[in-house]
Design a protein around this ligand. Structure first.
Ligand code: AKG
Ligand code: FE2
Length: 272
């Protein structure tokens, strides 16, 4: 890649997604339509958000640093817990464990001149996401490892059904699609803040896919989803081409740092 600093129009397709013209009618109608999708479906997608030449360069850089990424391979329940609840029956969702395996690349492994950093810290990007998710402002996460990650699923890797534990929304940018498999499935509104819906979750875990939707994740597509109450998974990747998904974390207040215990588990960072 040219070492000169890239302009944002070399990273995002601004003709389709006019983040640089927030006063324009085009911007307002884009935001309104994505807000509506997010509200109705619990996700919204923006295909072709990332310029394809950048996407290819970023994917090659991620591939080159694969050996430094942290491997996770464990059994967890849909709440991402690894310990059973002895007081509950074996078929209770808290006691149903499935394998999750992937490699995680933290922010510290991204090159300093990675376009992913430029995109993440670009103020209009932060405001665009804030406008869609209905926050007055969003701020970058201040942790050295957590703000911009690339989640890598190699052959056979998958993420089992889970709820995202803390974030009200999850922001993802598809960098590379696998040959096949690696599909993103979601059961919108599986539970709510007032109803844990253990019976519905039990059915889902036993294979009832009647409420499951497959969300398109094309290369270069930006997807925002609400994963706290909508269970989702990534099906096993088939073939040697790695699935690479950039996950960006914005906060509703400035200067948020990560938990060192989480950083050890997720990125393998010790001795903080
Ligand atoms: O890789 C994906 O498509 C989904 C990632 C995910 O579930 C998450 O970041 O919480
Ligand atoms: Fe998730």
């Amino acid at each position: 890649m040219d070492k000169q600093k890239l302009n944002i129009e070399q990273i995002i397709d601004l003709s389709r997604y006019p983040l640089d013209r927030s006063d324009s009618a085009d911007y307002q109608s884009l935001v309104a339509s994505k807000q509506k999708d997010l509200e109705q479906q619990q996700y919204c997608g923006m295909p072709g958000f990332l310029i394809d030449a950048r996407r290819q360069e970023i994917a090659a850089a991620v591939e080159n640093r694969q050996e430094h990424t942290n491997r996770a391979d464990n059994q967890r329940n849909i709440y991402l817990e690894q310990k059973p609840s002895d007081s509950l029956p074996d078929d209770h969702p808290k006691n149903v464990f499935s394998r999750g395996c992937y490699n995680m690349m933290g922010t510290h492994l991204l090159q300093q001149d990675s376009p992913l950093r430029d995109l993440y810290y670009w103020q209009p990007m932060q405001q665009f996401i804030a406008d869609i998710v209905g926050e007055p402002h969003l701020y970058p996460n201040a942790d050295p490892y957590q703000p911009v990650n690339v989640l890598c699923h190699g052959e056979g890797d998958r993420s089992a059904w889970h709820f995202d534990s803390s974030n009200a929304f999850t922001l993802t940018l598809m960098l590379q699609a696998p040959e096949s498999g690696g599909q993103f499935h979601m059961a919108p509104n599986t539970r709510s803040d007032s109803d844990p819906n253990y019976a519905g979750i039990k059915n889902l875990l036993q294979g009832d896919e009647s409420k499951v939707v497959q969300v398109s994740r094309s290369e270069g597509e930006l997807v925002i989803f609400r994963g706290c109450n909508s269970a989702h998974r990534v099906t096993p990747v088939v073939g040697s081409r790695r699935r690479m998904m950039c996950v960006m974390v914005y906060e509703t207040e400035p200067d948020v740092l990560g938990d060192p215990v989480v950083n050890e588990t997720v990125y393998g960072i010790k001795n903080l």
